[in-house]
Design a protein around this ligand. Structure first.
Ligand code: ATP
Ligand code: LTN
Length: 333
């Protein structure tokens, strides 16, 4: 029975092109459990306008992201794929939860601190209260698990606190979700600066899913490795962060353990290792890139997917929203 299945939900902002960090940290883990879970994945377009966007680019990227979700293995027949702004309950519950989220909690969010430092001329209210909207995105669907990369753990923890606070006042309204963070790929670091996570805002160290194989190879060949004297492939996060990051990526795309990788490249330097990681990534992304381009050309198909997704999502979201409105004391229409 469908409603006895456990529920998974996650989203990504269509504020840039999807990259290897998004794939290994998040999306790759989404498709795997479609039989076992009731899965909801969305394009978080409401969140993107916390930072100024070009409207035409936002529209294009939202559809590209949907095509790439499908190409990454999310079958729309088995997963509910939708665009956040098509389901008004997100904004509606977002407002309510704003009133149950504390200023102090929001002030501690790392993403707020990072993004306000990067956008000093536009530190708007939405950027600050963003985690309350994210809590609404999650709690509307009563999920058991939220598959995200490690950087989003803090937001999922805040969501749990807000849900517990609400439940404490009004009884059991929300299920308390768990973050679901992969072992390999939880935090892919930038190829040009292994102290920072791979992110679309630093494109030279970032490998995009749709990037050409030769460009991907070039980025791997130029990847910053460590200036230690031994120059051997050995896993040591602290002293060899660049190599450790490449090993993490290689492990995530090939399934090999760190010991196996050390043995494979025993006696060989970074000059052999770096292009080998590049090749493995190119081969991992090739089918995704080809499939995404094919899907993107079929606008009618994409439209049918996001329409059906919004309908299913609204139905589920509305049940939770009605319950919340009743609990807080709003008059039913
Ligand atoms: P920004 O550049 O605005 O910080 P981003 O490129 O980090 O954005 P998000 O939209 O914030 O991407 O992230 C979408 C999903 O991908 C989240 O689940 C996030 O945890 C995951 N993710 C993002 N970057 C990485 C990374 N470098 N390693 C692992 N997971 C990541
Ligand atoms: N905050 C996330 C995107 C996001 C999300 C969500 C993830 C918005 N709503 C709900 C999981 C569940 C980000 O910036 N990567």
């Amino acid at each position: 029975m469908e409603n006895e299945k456990k529920v998974m939900l996650s989203g990504i902002q269509p504020s840039g092109d999807l990259h290897l960090g998004n794939y290994l940290g998040a999306i790759r883990n989404w498709g795997k459990r479609a039989e076992e879970f009731d899965c909801y994945y969305f394009m978080a377009d409401l969140h993107t306008i916390t930072v100024r966007q070009n409207p035409a680019d936002l529209r294009r990227r939202t559809l590209e992201q949907l095509a790439q979700y499908i190409a990454c293995g999310l079958d729309p027949e088995k997963n509910t794929l939708f665009i956040q702004s098509h389901v008004p309950q997100h904004a509606q519950l977002g407002w309510v939860l704003n009133c149950y989220t504390m200023f102090g909690e929001l002030s501690r969010m790392t993403q707020f601190k990072d993004k306000s430092a990067k956008n000093a001329d536009n530190i708007n209210g939405g950027l600050f209260t963003y985690p309350a909207l994210m809590a609404a995105d999650i709690l509307l669907y009563q999920p058991d698990y939220v598959p995200v990369g490690e950087d989003q753990k803090q937001h999922v923890e805040l969501t749990r606190n807000v849900a517990q606070r609400f439940n404490h006042i009004y009884g059991d309204v929300f299920k308390i979700p768990e973050p679901y963070i992969p072992k390999a790929g939880a935090r892919v670091m930038s190829l040009s600066d292994p102290a920072n996570k791979m992110s679309k805002s630093a494109p030279e160290g970032c490998v995009f899913l749709m990037e050409k194989p030769e460009d991907i190879q070039r980025k791997f060949k130029r990847a910053v490795t460590d200036c230690d004297t031994e120059r051997c492939v050995r896993y040591d996060r602290e002293n060899k962060p660049g190599v450790a990051n490449l090993m993490q990526i290689y492990s995530a795309v090939t399934g090999k353990s760190y010991e196996e990788i050390e043995r494979e490249f025993d006696g060989q330097g970074y000059g052999v290792f770096k292009p080998a990681v590049g090749d493995a990534v190119v081969e991992c992304l090739r089918p995704i890139r080809e499939e995404a381009s094919r899907i993107l050309a079929d606008k009618a198909y994409l439209e049918s997917v996001y329409r059906a997704g919004a309908e299913k999502a609204s139905y589920v979201a509305n049940k939770t929203l009605r319950k919340v409105y009743k609990k807080v004391g709003f008059v039913a229409r």
